[in-house]
Design a protein around this ligand. Structure first.
Ligand SMILES: NC(=O)C1=CN([C@@H]2O[C@H](COP(=O)(O)OP(=O)(O)OC[C@H]3O[C@@H](n4cnc5c(N)ncnc54)[C@H](OP(=O)(O)O)[C@@H]3O)[C@@H](O)[C@H]2O)C=CC1
Ligand SMILES: O=C(O)C(=O)CO
Length: 314
């Protein structure tokens, strides 16, 4: 079978990404631009498309009669038209659970950096402000401890559960948010609006889909009464960037720590970039998933899934 990997360059150099067993013709591209004709041209003989973030829409799927499997090198599946896959009998696989160390650790890196103004203070050491100040320490922006704070988690799956464990080790109270508008399914969950109202930090770990598109918007931000920090390592589209920008400006929220953006890479006109120097705003370039061990685990899991798929088809 032919497998075409459209965006191999999303992995680090040095991570070995051999053809999965059963793939006889393995074609790789470092990057595939958003150009439907180019994607179709590259995949016209493919039985299997492997991709991390290339958008595979209904037009592409309908134009590839040989296609049998789209295998994502990711957990989130929002870049593929799932209805079109069902319609054309194309299997769609993600890789679940590969980043259960990497993403939670990154979540806390972002959270701690924002709460303790880490980038701000690093710059003050480097630019001589600390020296000019004269005292042994500089403390002009408050450092906020996590202990005794309430953490609201939206999306209590593999990643949300590990974040729960780490948060409890920090001495935080954790609230698991029920889906918006639904009664809590059991005593472990708290109603969505109550989580917004009670949390000092809100962290997003749900998938991007029709229900979660712009879940964080003007209305939901207005329900955040404790001026929380929002952490987003899930998907940019879960947050309405303009509403978030307004909420930071009006101090409805204390800050925003994000690995993901509606447009990736972020473009220079994105309003969020106006906060590049804000002491409680920190961005990373969608790399929370990518510790070396997570990349290696991902490829092992993916290789087995693809090999099993080919086995079952032959
Ligand atoms: N930044 C990065 O590098 C990475 C980002 N991600 C993102 O993180 C997301 C979560 O990953 P992971 O934990 O492994 O996935 P899981 O599928 O294990 O967990 C997702 C959880 O979200 C919950 N959920 C779904 N819809 C809603 C909703 N409307 N409101 C509240 N909760 C909801 C689900 O709960 P229920 O079953 O109750 O519906 C489920 O428990 C991925 O979808 C991906 O987008 C993942 C890896 C890396
Ligand atoms: O696994 C995911 O969903 C990611 O976003 C990393 O590619």
């Amino acid at each position: 079978m032919q497998a075409v990997f459209l965006d191999k360059g999303t992995f680090s150099d040095g991570i070995d990404l051999p053809a999965p067993a059963g793939v006889s013709d393995y074609v790789t591209y470092n990057d595939t631009p958003k150009d439907i004709d180019l994607i179709i041209e590259r995949c016209k003989d493919a039985d299997i498309i492997i991709t991390n973030k290339v958008q595979i829409g209904a037009d592409v799927i309908a134009s590839l009669p040989k296609l049998k499997l789209i295998q994502l090198t990711a957990t989130g599946m929002n870049n593929v038209d799932q209805d079109a896959c069902n319609k054309h009998d194309v299997a769609l696989y993600n890789v679940a659970g590969y980043a259960v160390k990497s993403v939670p650790e990154h979540t806390f890196m972002l959270m701690l950096t924002a709460m303790r103004a880490g980038i701000y203070y690093h710059q003050k050491v480097a630019d001589g402000t600390w020296l000019a100040n004269g005292n042994f320490c500089l403390l002009d922006i408050p450092l906020i401890d996590l202990e005794n704070k309430t953490l609201g988690i939206i999306g209590v799956g593999t990643i949300g559960k590990r974040v729960t464990e780490i948060a409890r080790a920090f001495g935080m109270t954790v609230l698991w948010a029920e889906h918006q508008g639904q009664a809590p399914r059991n005593e472990d969950y708290t109603a969505f609006d109550e989580v917004l109202a009670r949390s000092d930090v809100i962290t997003l770990h749900c998938p991007l889909n029709e229900q979660t598109q712009h879940l964080i918007n003007q209305d939901t931000l207005a329900k955040m009464t404790k001026q929380p920090l929002i952490v987003n390592v899930a998907r940019g589209g879960i947050v309405d960037s303009q509403a978030l920008t307004d909420a930071i400006n009006s101090e409805q929220i204390i800050g925003y720590a994000s690995d993901v953006f509606e447009q990736e890479p972020i473009t220079s006109d994105d309003p969020l970039l106006t906060f590049a120097d804000h002491p409680r705003v920190i961005f990373s370039p969608h790399n929370a998933w990518g510790s070396e061990s997570a990349q290696e685990t991902l490829w092992q899991m993916l290789s087995k899934q693809v090999a099993d798929f080919i086995d079952n088809r032959s």
